[in-house]
Design a protein around this ligand. Structure first.
Ligand code: SAM
Length: 260
């Protein structure tokens, strides 16, 4: 972990903690029922986009393990690693793994941006992480952990682009705030904070910029269900031996100064 956290680092962690504390036990039901089952369709689409093969898959911000476990079930011969920041959710994922006696999943308690592995993954996925993450840092680390031609896939909410869709979107959150959040107080922070977060996030632009800087290829953007969310998918271009030059170009000049 970082020794000297920046204010941005602190505020992101603080936000995630404030939004999610206490939501673990109801998370799976909430994400299913409050999206009218649409979350399941979105996760299924992510699953379809994972390339066939035998290599390991990394699921970042795995939460209670919904997608991690569905990847593990869909590819029983593949190793699946789930990384999650909050122990509250990870404990629930561990319990599911124990119940299902799943033997191809490993869970790691860690901030996604701080996770490093010598394993070269076939595919790295994440759902609902992008808007909280330091995407330039995360993209660079993902590139290092993907095999050449490996696929990076990030899914998150998007703010609809058209007035009619925005009206439906606002109505949805208003109803949720007045109903669900009142019945389930642990969800109040999420229904208060999420609409603004989705409206203000620049995750799509930042991620696409970071992918270009890290020379990912075949970048594809797919909007889902009335522009309610999107998946960005990109391929780790094969190494042309120029990686050291790229890293030096990105590194702040001060970090390259020799010690006095
Ligand atoms: C809405 S939940 C999604 C969980 C899971 N991906 C799913 O789709 O069900 C968002 C998760 O992201 C985690 N998270 C947020 N920022 C993170 C970070 N920087 N590193 C790792 N996990 C993070 C939160 O703790 C939370 O579990």
């Amino acid at each position: 972990m970082k020794n000297d956290p920046s204010p941005i680092y602190d505020s992101r962690l603080e936000l995630v903690d404030r939004l999610f504390t206490g939501t673990g036990p109801t998370y799976d039901s909430m994400v299913h029922w409050a999206t009218f089952g649409i979350d399941r369709l979105w996760k299924r689409r992510m699953l379809e986009l994972i390339p066939e093969g035998n290599g390991p898959v990394l699921d970042l911000a795995c939460g209670t393990g919904i997608s991690t476990l569905s990847i593990a079930r869909r590819f029983p011969h593949r190793q699946v690693v789930g990384v999650e920041l909050r122990d509250e959710y990870l404990q629930l994922a561990r319990e599911k793994i124990r119940r299902e006696a799943t033997d191809n999943v490993e869970l790691v308690l860690c901030r996604a941006e701080d996770f490093h592995s010598a394993t070269r993954f076939d595919c790295i996925t994440s759902s609902y992480l992008a808007k909280y993450a330091d995407l330039p840092l995360l993209t660079r680390n993902c590139r290092d952990m993907l095999r050449p031609e490996g696929v990076l896939m990030m899914h998150d909410f998007t703010y609809p682009p058209r007035p009619a869709l925005i009206a439906v979107w606002r109505l949805y959150f208003m109803v949720m705030k007045q109903t669900v959040a009142r019945v389930f107080p642990a969800w109040q922070e999420i229904y208060q904070g999420l609409p603004r977060l989705i409206e203000e996030t620049q995750w799509l632009a930042t991620l696409q910029d970071s992918l270009a800087r890290n020379r990912f290829s075949d970048v594809r953007l797919e909007y889902l269900t009335l522009y309610g969310s999107a998946i960005v998918r990109a391929v780790n271009a094969p190494d042309d031996g120029d990686d050291e030059a790229r890293r030096l170009a990105e590194e702040p000049a001060a970090a390259r100064q020799p010690p006095a």
